[in-house]
Each structure stands twice: as structure tokens, then as C-alpha cells.
Write a protein that binds this ligand. Structure first.
Ligand SMILES: [Zn+2]
Ligand SMILES: [Zn+2]
Length: 453
């Protein structure tokens, strides 16, 4: 058998995890401290008209990075020195506008790890809008050059809770009634939906306010239409400190997570370790994730697996919606439709890893072994599967060890070769090192996915 073992990359889980750790450490080092770009352009000339405009996408990225520092207890508290105070005293050009709740736990400068002159902040209980709020935002986009508006709702918001708890004929204390009235449309929108009513209402309120701002004439609606500004919604989690961007903005934040083939492989194998240890996270399986992906998918890996009910890739790699592009057919064999599917994921969706997983005691391979060694006759369409798997069984025959298990491994590796050699986009991507195609074997007993050499 010629499987060309030496040219295949041999991975061990330990080596990968170590490499992964190094890669992550390097990535963290490569990222310049976010305070640098914030303070550098402003130095010397604080006239907002001189200031280079920060695009909405870069502004969003800066907020995500700042929030990440805050969450991981690595806050840098940039731009909070007396030098910075003096510098911005002459003029401000905040890169983002944040409309947040007045809640004392939701300070935008703190949760996004920013300083003086960075954020133009409007705060009102329940992050609702009024003419004065709109005017403030208009001023910042029209005169200060801000390009991003974030409407930031937060977990357990008291104002939204008051709106949720208010019955139709309740009389609110003092001026609270008018605030509650502003939030009630969001509550009405999510009544009866699955999940927590308050949290659903908090998200709906942030998104509703975002939509209202986008449609507000004459300044905001025009600038949105001309793509001069972006208005996005977020939810701050009091427990974790993390800000999740909602709707289309979530998908924008996602490309930052785009990984190379080794990163993708590490992510799969780490997920498999969680699965084996019973420590699954089941992440990215929420209604939010679903909504976020409705606009488009960017799966990080393609998996060709058997249709066998025990070999669900999402489960054995502990991944969620939008993570894996999965092709499944008995015996994890390829036909032109399977090849086309894989090609689409690599060429159009940018997946950089293709894994072919055979599995222990595969019925399709077993049937083929029986046909080859006992002369059984396959029934009906099964003959197509047997024909596809037969070359693997023939090659495995001369190998020491268990014929079925050898055939399962050889079959996966033959499919790897076929994907790599598939003329056109796949072969090109392999040649240009844009995609890594590897074979693996899944053990039904231990749950381990082993990379095949
Ligand atoms: Zn609040
Ligand atoms: Zn199978």
C-alpha cells in the first residue's frame, strides 16, 4: 500500500495544544495596545477636522478589543492621564458614540477600556431615546466625526424590568411612566417567545432603539444610507463583563476570529477533548447565534463524516451553529455532489480545514469487507457504496491487524487524496496551502478523534 506516510503531517494532540498555546500567545503579542492608535493621531493637533477618521468597522474592532481586555482583567485604562486631558481640552474627536443605561454598573469607558476623548456617551435609564438624545448623537456624528453608534442594553436592566412588570392599568410612580412607555413596545415584541422574558426584552429594546435611530431623519437616516455611519446594538453581561453585539454587527465582529488551518484543527481537537471529558460547552447554539448567522455563514472547518447516528460532528467536536460545514454519507465516501459541497465551503466560505472522519465499526465499510472477503452480493443501491469503498478494502487486505479497522482508516485517507486531487478550486487551494485536508478515525468507545498519519 502506498499511503505516502512521510509526506503527511503527523499531529499529536499534545503537540497541537502546545502549538495552539504558542499561537494564541503570539497573536496576543502581535496586537498593538489599543491605546496607541487612540492617542497617537491626536498628539499635537486636537482640531477634530485634522483628526484621521476612524471607520465604523475599526471603531467596532477597538470596542471589541477594549472589552476583551476588560473581561480578561487586562484593562490598560488608556488615555486617562493628565497629558491626555490637556490634549483633548482643545477639541474632541471620539471614535464611537455609546448610548447606554444610567445603571452604575454599565460605564462604557470602563467596560470598553477607553479613556478621555474616546467615547461620546449618552446615558439614560433603559437606554431609550428622546429628542435630546437624538440631538446629542446627531451632534457627534455631524460635528465630531464619530462613525459608530452603539446602543448598549444590559443584563438585568431595572428599567426594562419595570416595563416587563407593569400591568396595563398600573399607575407608575412620578415620571417613571413615560420611561416605561418607551420600553413597552420591546416587551410586547418578545412576549410569548421562548427564553427569559426580561433578557429577551433587553435585547429587543436595544435593537428597537437601534432601528429607530437608523430611521431618524434628517441626519442619521441619511448618513446611514450613505454608509457614513453605522448604528449597532449590543448587550452587556453583568456577570461576565462581555459585550455581545447583536444582529448584523455580530457577524462583523466574527471575522476577527477567522483562523488558519492549524487554528481550526486545534479548535476541533480541543472540542473533542471537552466532549470526551464530559465538559461540553454547547456554545453558539442560542437563538442569538441563529439570528446572527441568518445573514451568512463562515464555518471554520468542513467535516466529511459517516451518516451513522453515533458520529455527529457538532457533538463530538462540541461546536455550534455556523461552525462546521458538514457533509455526511454512509461510509464517508465522496461523489461529485460531496466534492462540490466541499469545494463550495473552501472556495466560497473560506473554510481552511477539511477533515474526513472514518469511524470504528462502520457498517458501510463492514458491508464492503463482507462483499470482498465472503463474496456477498450487495442489494440495490448499496452496490454504489460498496464500489466506492472497495478500493480501500483491497488495499487494507495486505496490512497487519484487523481488516475492518484498517479498511476504515485507508478509506478515510483515500478520500483525503481524492479531495486533494479534485481538479479546480480544491487542488488549487491545496497547492497554495490555503486549506489543510486530513483524515481521522473516531473511536465509538472512547469518543476520541485521532488524526491519521
Ligand atoms: Zn439599566
Ligand atoms: Zn459508518
Amino acid at each position: 500500500m502506498k499511503m505516502n506516510v512521510s509526506s503527511r503531517r503527523v499531529f499529536t494532540l499534545a503537540a497541537l495544544l502546545v502549538a495552539g498555546g504558542l499561537a494564541f500567545a503570539l497573536r496576543a503579542k502581535d496586537v498593538p495596545p489599543a491605546c496607541a492608535p487612540a492617542s497617537a493621531p491626536a498628539a499635537g493637533h486636537a482640531d477634530p477636522h485634522d483628526a484621521p477618521k476612524v471607520s465604523a468597522d475599526s471603531a467596532l474592532k477597538r470596542l471589541v478589543e477594549g472589552n476583551h481586555r476588560y473581561v480578561s482583567a487586562k484593562a490598560e485604562r488608556p488615555n486617562q492621564t493628565s497629558d491626555r486631558r490637556v490634549e483633548v481640552a482643545k477639541g474632541q474627536h471620539p471614535f464611537a458614540i455609546v448610548l447606554a443605561c444610567a445603571d452604575s454598573r454599565v460605564s462604557p469607558e470602563v467596560v470598553f477600556d477607553q479613556g478621555l476623548g474616546d467615547l461620546f456617551v449618552v446615558r439614560l435609564a433603559g437606554n431609550v431615546i428622546s429628542d435630546e438624545v437624538i440631538a446629542s448623537i446627531e451632534y457627534a456624528v455631524a460635528h465630531l466625526g464619530s462613525t459608530l453608534v452603539v446602543v448598549l442594553g444590559h443584563q438585568r436592566c431595572g428599567a426594562v424590568k419595570a416595563a416587563v412588570d407593569t400591568k396595563p392599568d398600573d399607575v407608575a410612580e412620578g415620571h417613571l411612566g413615560s420611561l416605561i412607555k418607551k420600553i413597552q413596545p420591546a416587551v410586547a415584541q418578545v412576549k410569548g417567545l421562548p427564553g427569559d422574558l426580561l433578557d429577551n426584552a433587553i435585547r429587543a429594546n436595544a435593537e428597537l432603539v437601534t432601528q429607530q435611530l437608523r430611521g431618524t431623519a434628517p441626519i442619521l437616516s441619511k448618513m446611514v444610507a450613505e454608509k457614513k455611519i453605522e448604528i449597532v446594538a449590543g448587550r452587556y453581561d453583568l456577570d461576565s463583563g462581555k459585550v455581545d453585539f447583536l444582529g448584523a454587527a455580530a457577524a462583523k465582529v466574527a471575522p476577527a476570529e477567522k483562523m488558519d488551518s492549524n487554528g481550526a484543527l486545534i479548535r476541533l481537537l480541543k472540542g473533542n477533548v471537552r466532549y470526551r471529558l464530559g465538559k461540553m460547552e454547547h456554545s453558539r447554539q442560542t437563538p442569538d447565534r441563529r439570528a446572527e448567522l441568518a445573514a451568512g455563514q463562515k464555518p471554520f472547518a468542513v467535516v466529511l463524516a459517516c451518516a451513522d447516528s453515533r458520529v455527529s460532528p457538532e457533538i463530538l467536536f462540541d461546536q455550534g451553529l455556523g461552525d462546521l460545514f458538514v457533509v455526511r454519507v454512509a461510509g464517508n465516501v465522496l461523489d461529485k455532489h460531496a466534492l462540490a459541497s466541499i469545494e463550495y465551503a473552501v472556495d466560497h466560505l473560506g473554510a481552511q480545514l477539511v477533515m474526513v472522519i472514518g469511524h470504528q465499526r462502520c457498517g458501510a465499510v463492514k458491508a464492503t469487507v463482507d462483499v470482498v472477503s465472503k463474496g456477498d452480493h450487495p442489494h440495490g443501491n448499496i452496490a454504489y457504496l460498496v464500489d466506492a469503498i472497495r478500493p480501500a478494502v483491497t488495499r487494507a487486505k495486505g496490512l497487519p491487524g484487523d481488516l475492518l479497522d484498517n479498511a476504515i482508516k485507508v478509506n478515510a485517507l483515500l478520500m483525503v487524496d481524492e479531495i486533494k486531487r479534485s481538479p479546480g478550486a480544491l487542488a488549487d487551494a491545496v497547492k497554495e496551502n490555503k486549506v489543510l485536508v486530513i483524515g481521522a478515525r473516531y473511536d465509538l468507545g472512547t469518543g476520541e478523534v485521532q488524526i491519521l498519519p
